[in-house]
Design a protein around this ligand. Structure first.
Ligand code: NAG
Ligand code: NAG
Ligand code: NAG
Ligand code: NAG
Ligand code: NAG
Ligand code: NAG
Ligand code: NAG
Length: 343
């Protein structure tokens, strides 16, 4: 024990103790023992945390990323492409590589906002919700045809900036054929090297309020007789937020569960593709996460911007008519935290 203290307090020992022959060897042994113990404990900790993070869906943080270089048995598929569009010439950018992506999300989860952010990048061309048109997803061959056209840069929307695009894609809601044809679609993604960007919302109760309010506005048209799903001014946001939906508390828990399961299933279906998982709340709280997205897509780093304004701000209790009811229903359940969270 005395020797142990010596280690910490060298100067004293030199003065006080004319050390005997034992010290050097003993010290070395003690030191080695401590090091081995330390390494062992660290490795056990690491192992446990990594197992833990694999298991829990809720714990997946912003980046559960399979980097473009990861080996998934599809190394032979290149992640960069040199498309040769039929409708125009890529001119001086013909030699710039292009990456393919798809934003896989659900309605009212921030994907509209996220897409405007991406499109503010000079080299990104994200073509909007192209599969909202039923004809394009009526069967897998029309889906494939549409995808081929998008990734060949031959799809034209107001968002497309085709000549010098370094990443081309679109946003795709899970209920627009993604879940139904998941097998063929994930095969396509792997075959053609399409990167999947999952965007989910953590607070599914807030999402539900947004879904209900948006579907009410489809008929009510609160903004001078027009319906808007996204707004660009605080006045418009305030007007839309005036409507407080009533949430059917009988179905609340099962509805929330269903959304959660859909997201988990989608992740499982596409787990062999190159993908990244994002949460709306994390992007709001930490805009630096957008750098991860740009890195994932191999883009030159830029400041991304959106003019969209959030509609339902502040405590959720201000936005639900039968709040007490909802509070009581979720109190003590796994979804209790949804009552408080800010975004
Ligand atoms: C898919 O739908 C298109 C358009 O409705 C149709 O022309 C085509 O025959 C269908 N293909 C298959 C394989 O069912
Ligand atoms: C991005 O776009 C700019 C402007 O069109 C172009 O000069 C540049 O080469 C593009 N970068 C990449 C990586 O494609
Ligand atoms: C609605 O009409 C009012 C009054 O005419 C006007 O001030 C406001 O800007 C309009 N809002 C929209 C969204 O057009
Ligand atoms: C809630 O949904 C259930 C099942 O669809 C229905 O029976 C019930 O009337 C609804 N409650 C309200 C308040 O709308
Ligand atoms: C993907 O999910 C399937 C089904 O759950 C599983 O068998 C497979 O191991 C998973 N693959 C990866 C790469 O996680
Ligand atoms: C919420 O649950 C706690 C116990 O879990 C209970 O004491 C409290 O009264 C409940 N609140 C409401 C509003 O039901
Ligand atoms: C839910 O109800 C309880 C009891 O009335 C209250 O203390 C609590 O603040 C409420 N929670 C929210 C988020 O409003």
């Amino acid at each position: 024990m005395a020797e142990y203290i010596c280690l910490l307090n060298k100067q004293d020992t030199i003065v006080i103790k004319p050390a005997k022959k034992t010290p050097i060897l003993l010290r070395m042994i003690v030191l080695m023992f401590a090091m081995v113990c330390g390494v062992y404990i660290c490795s056990v900790c690491l192992k446990q945390t990594s197992i833990h993070s694999k298991i829990k869906f809720q714990d997946i943080q912003v980046v559960e990323r399979l980097s473009p270089d990861d080996d998934h048995g599809n190394l032979q598929i290149s992640s960069v492409h040199y498309p040769n569009p039929e409708t125009f010439s890529r001119a001086e950018c013909a030699h710039n590589p292009v990456r393919y992506f798809a934003i896989l999300s659900m309605q009212r989860s921030g994907s509209g906002w996220f897409e405007t952010l991406l499109n503010s990048h000079v080299n990104v061309s994200s073509n909007g919700e192209i599969f909202s048109v039923l004809d394009r997803r009526i069967n897998i061959s029309s889906i494939t045809q549409t995808l081929d056209k998008v990734y060949n840069l031959d799809w034209f929307t107001s968002a497309s900036k085709n000549e010098c695009s370094a990443a081309v894609g679109f946003k795709w809601m899970l209920n627009q054929g993604v879940m139904q044809h998941h097998k063929e679609i994930s095969d396509y993604f792997n075959r053609r090297g399409v990167f999947a960007i999952f965007l989910f919302r953590r607070n599914l109760l807030r999402r539900m309020v947004s879904v209900l309010a948006n579907s009410y506005d489809r008929h009510a048209k609160l903004l001078n007789g027009t319906h808007k799903s996204h707004v660009h001014s605080t006045e418009e946001a305030k007007t839309l937020a005036k409507y407080k939906p009533i949430i059917n508390s009988t179905l609340l828990i099962s509805d929330l569960k269903e959304v959660e399961i859909t997201a988990a299933k989608a992740l499982e279906y596409f787990n062999s593709t190159r993908h990244i998982v994002l949460y709306y709340e994390d992007l709001i709280k930490n805009p630096a996460k957008l750098k991860d997205v740009q890195a994932f897509l191999g883009l030159p780093l830029m400041e991304l911007m959106s003019r969209q304004v959030k509609i339902h701000k502040g405590p959720l209790s201000d936005h639900v008519k039968n709040w007490e009811d909802v509070n009581k229903t979720l109190n003590g359940t796994a979804y209790e935290s949804f009552l408080q969270a800010d975004y």
